[in-house]
Design a protein around this ligand. Structure first.
Ligand SMILES: *[C@@H]1O[C@H](CO)[C@@H](O)[C@H](O)[C@H]1NC(C)=O
Ligand SMILES: *[C@@H]1O[C@H](CO)[C@@H](O)[C@H](O)[C@H]1NC(C)=O
Ligand SMILES: *[C@@H]1O[C@H](CO)[C@@H](O)[C@H](O)[C@H]1NC(C)=O
Ligand SMILES: *[C@@H]1O[C@H](CO)[C@@H](O)[C@H](O)[C@H]1NC(C)=O
Ligand SMILES: *[C@@H]1O[C@H](CO)[C@@H](O)[C@H](O)[C@H]1NC(C)=O
Ligand SMILES: *[C@@H]1O[C@H](CO)[C@@H](O)[C@H](O)[C@H]1NC(C)=O
Ligand SMILES: *[C@@H]1O[C@H](CO)[C@@H](O)[C@H](O)[C@H]1NC(C)=O
Ligand SMILES: *[C@@H]1O[C@H](CO)[C@@H](O)[C@H](O)[C@H]1NC(C)=O
Ligand SMILES: *[C@@H]1O[C@H](CO)[C@@H](O)[C@H](O)[C@H]1NC(C)=O
Length: 671
């Protein structure tokens, strides 16, 4: 026994003597123990020049190192290098780590460098963990991670990274953990992760993600955890989530999502979904959670606007165990949600509960008089809404005998009384109601017609459960719409005044000759109409019919020929109503054509203009070519800097693969 203990002390001692007595001795200022050289927090300004050859772990954290002077000690056995919390301003363009071929862990967190150039990690073929957290990283060349096929853990959180080119990941086929949270990423491109098939954990929380391409998560077939909380995502990226067959945990907290609709989460193996801490989420509709056979935990708490969870929000979710709904704005919750299931644990405190028939089943669970499978984790904290005559009355002390079994519908407060829209826009009215029996919801249109989900007009559609959708709005759609919720006990209704305002898209004459006029116009912001009609006729001749020309929405100007000289014309731009063939006028203008003597002049100026335009275009092209090549040479990393706004606005036109300029590929990579 004692021999073993003695040996246990001796072995490291022998190792120590072997390492540190033979060749180089321990650097002054540092502690050397076994194969670790600890120079942390020693106020060092540079990496010690001489470090024992056999060192496996070199700790240089919390010093004042600013530069490597192109030198690193030759340490062929080094496994771990910690350079975190220093002042390193740049890593340079050559592999400063080239003599550390055995390195497994490199920590460069909390330094000052902003750029990673291609080639800086060449020779780190065996690196398994790379940590560059909480630094100033902004630009990362496309092939920086080339040949790092052993890398398992890449941590780049807390930097200023804008975009992730697919080429970062070409060789990272063994990557398991990728942390990119707290950066400035704003869009997830298609196929970015297509080769990182072994990724298990992906954190993209606390970025500025607004858009997620449908194929953004393609290839992540082993991913278990996806964190997207604290971004700017406005709807559940349902299509993008489809390839994540092994996903267990999905976190979408604190995103501006307003509604969970039918099939938003559909048919994958997820066990836990969280969408809490939003100020926007208002409704969880029928079938929002559907065919999620492994789903056990759903966190929907702290959504101060959440007013409605549909009785059939969960369809075929057999394993649901925990449902958190506390601190929302729910006035009731249907028993259907938890009925006929294995035991569900539920929270509901901090909601303004209506203490009418709707809470009877909740009160019942106290008595355990029904064989309810639900367990409230917070029954003591449940209280009636302050708007109720029993304000703040604890649910627990309500007399079951005083709660009726049925009650009339109560509308969820999801509708504004007046809604103003512009011509060509779309609008959806969401009407929901509580009540027992479950109320039937329908809409009464301004015409008096009753509309429910079985109506499906082109422009006016009723949708389950209580949504009225209006498309391509015209002024004639203005009026009062009434939502009615009805059950056999009573009914509730609410009127909404819809006002569809005309828009003036501004029609102006741009060039006027004696026989032709060029008119220009603005168009609507969102291209609400597929085409416009330009109508024109001689002024003050109401009996003359308008002539019409149809132009696509992509145009912003048009030239009308064969006009009478010296005559006043009226030009209008309008859209045709598909239903009744009437025109909806968007703007008009009056133009007096020039007299005949202007013809020659007109041709003269126009040909001059034409020549000037051609010359201008040629000169412009030349300039652009020069500019592009100069820029490409000088600022190779500049494409990362493209301002977020301009990228967003171009997204509609530019295929995502163009975001990363091909100018860069291959430059300075390891091969
Ligand atoms: C290295 O040295 C610092 C400062 O003396 C100490 O706080 C730290 O625990 C040491 N680290 C190891 C791994 O020994
Ligand atoms: C690598 O080691 C060689 C030989 O000791 C040395 O000449 C070279 O400067 C070292 N490179 C770096 C980047 O430290
Ligand atoms: C939600 O917000 C509360 C306070 O606003 C905070 O304490 C809590 O950590 C947040 N939860 C999540 C999951 O972000
Ligand atoms: C909660 O809903 C009520 C109506 O039911 C509404 O008046 C109130 O503004 C809502 N509260 C919040 C924080 O949205
Ligand atoms: C509860 O279950 C028991 C046995 O399973 C049954 O006898 C009883 O009638 C049930 N009570 C109610 C209220 O459904
Ligand atoms: C129940 O109703 C009775 C008679 O209407 C009333 O006296 C009693 O206070 C009520 N109990 C509760 C808890 O509201
Ligand atoms: C109601 O009106 C407010 C203020 O105009 C607006 O912010 C909100 O989105 C509207 N709500 C709905 C459901 O249209
Ligand atoms: C929809 O309305 C029609 C009459 O307008 C009625 O016959 C039908 O039953 C209604 N459907 C539902 C689901 O309420
Ligand atoms: C036309 O568009 C320009 C800029 O896009 C805007 O400044 C102008 O006010 C618009 N004019 C009209 C009449 O809408």
């Amino acid at each position: 026994m004692t021999t073993w203990v003695a040996l246990a002390f001796l072995v490291p001692l022998i190792a120590w003597t072997e390492v540190f007595s033979s060749d180089i001795s321990c650097p002054v200022m540092c502690d050397c123990l076994i194969l670790t050289v600890n120079c942390s927090s020693r106020g060092l300004f540079s990496v010690p020049a001489e470090v024992p050859l056999k060192t496996e772990s070199l700790l240089l954290s919390e010093n004042r190192i600013t530069d490597f002077d192109n030198k690193m000690p030759f340490l062929p056995r080094l496994l771990e290098l910690d350079l975190s919390i220093n002042q390193i301003k740049q890593l340079g363009r050559v592999s400063i780590f080239q003599n550390l071929t055995e390195l497994r862990l490199l920590d460069l967190s909390k330094n000052k460098f902003r750029t990673l150039f291609n080639g800086v990690f060449c020779s780190l073929h065996k690196l398994e963990t790379l940590v560059i957290a909480n630094g100033h990283l902004k630009f990362i060349d496309e092939h920086v991670f080339d040949d790092m096929s052993m890398l398992k853990h890449l941590n780049l959180k807390g930097n200023s990274i804008h975009s992730m080119p697919i080429s970062w990941f070409y060789d990272l086929t063994n990557l398991e953990v990728l942390e990119l949270d707290h950066n400035e990423i704003f869009y997830l491109n298609s196929d970015t992760f297509s080769v990182v098939n072994n990724l298990l954990y992906l954190s993209l929380s606390h970025n500025r993600i607004r858009g997620i391409n449908e194929n953004a998560f393609m290839g992540l077939r082993n991913l278990k955890t996806l964190l997207l909380n604290h971004n700017h995502v406005t709807e559940v990226p349902s299509a993008a989530l489809q390839p994540l067959k092994q996903l267990k945990v999905l976190v979408l907290d604190a995103n501006p999502i307003t509604q969970l609709g039918t099939n938003n989460f559909n048919g994958f193996a997820v066990e836990e979904i969280s969408l809490s801490n939003t100020t926007t989420l208002q409704m969880v509709d029928r079938g929002a959670f559907r065919d999620l056979i492994n789903l056990e935990k759903v966190f929907l708490h702290n959504n101060i606007n959440l007013q409605y969870v549909d009785p059939h929000a969960f369809i075929n979710v057999p394993k649901l165990k925990i449902l958190l709904l506390h601190k929302n704005n729910l006035s009731a919750l249907s028993h259907e949600i938890v009925n006929r299931r294995p035991t569900v644990h539920l929270t509901l405190y901090g909601n303004p509960l209506l203490c009418d028939c709707n809470i009877r089943w909740i009160r019942n669970t106290l008595e355990q008089s029904d064989n309810s499978s639900v367990v409230f984790l917070d029954l003591d904290k449940l209280r009636c809404s302050q708007h109720h005559k029993l304000n703040f009355f604890p649910l627990k002390s309500l007399d079951l005998a005083n709660i009726s079994a049925q009650c009339e519908p109560v509308l969820v407060d999801s509708l504004n009384e007046t809604v103003e829209t512009k011509i060509g826009e779309s609008h959806e009215f969401e009407c929901r109601a509580f009540g027992i029996p479950q109320p039937r919801i329908y809409w009464i249109l301004p015409s008096g017609a009753v509309l429910n989900e079985s109506n499906n007009g082109l422009q006016v559609q009723g949708k389950h459960p209580g949504t009225l959708a209006l498309y391509h709005l015209k002024p004639k759609h203005s009026g009062v719409y009434q939502c009615v919720a009805e059950n056999k006990v009573g009914l509730a209704s609410k009127n909404i005044a819809l006002q569809v305002e005309n828009v003036d898209i501004g029609l102006f004459p741009q060039r006027v000759s004696s026989t032709f006029v060029t008119v220009v116009w603005n168009g609507t912001a969102r291209n609400n109409f597929p085409e416009y009609d330009i109508l024109y006729r001689i002024d003050n001749q109401p009996r003359e019919k308008y002539k019409t020309v149809t132009v696509s929405y992509v145009y912003r100007s048009y030239t009308i020929n064969n006009l009478e000289p010296d005559t006043s014309y009226k030009f209008c731009i309008a859209v045709k109503d598909e239903e009744d063939g009437d025109y909806i006028q968007l703007s008009c203008t009056h133009v007096q054509t020039r007299d005949l003597s202007f013809i020659m002049q007109g041709i003269y100026t126009s040909s001059n203009v034409a020549v000037a335009v051609v010359l201008g275009i040629v000169a412009g092209l030349l300039l652009t070519v020069c500019f592009v090549s100069v820029v490409a040479k000088k600022y190779r990393q500049r494409h990362y800097e493209t301002p977020e706004k301009s990228l967003i606005s171009h997204m509609a036109h530019v295929p995502p693969e163009n975001f990363n300029s091909p100018l860069m590929s291959g430059v300075g990579s390891c091969r």
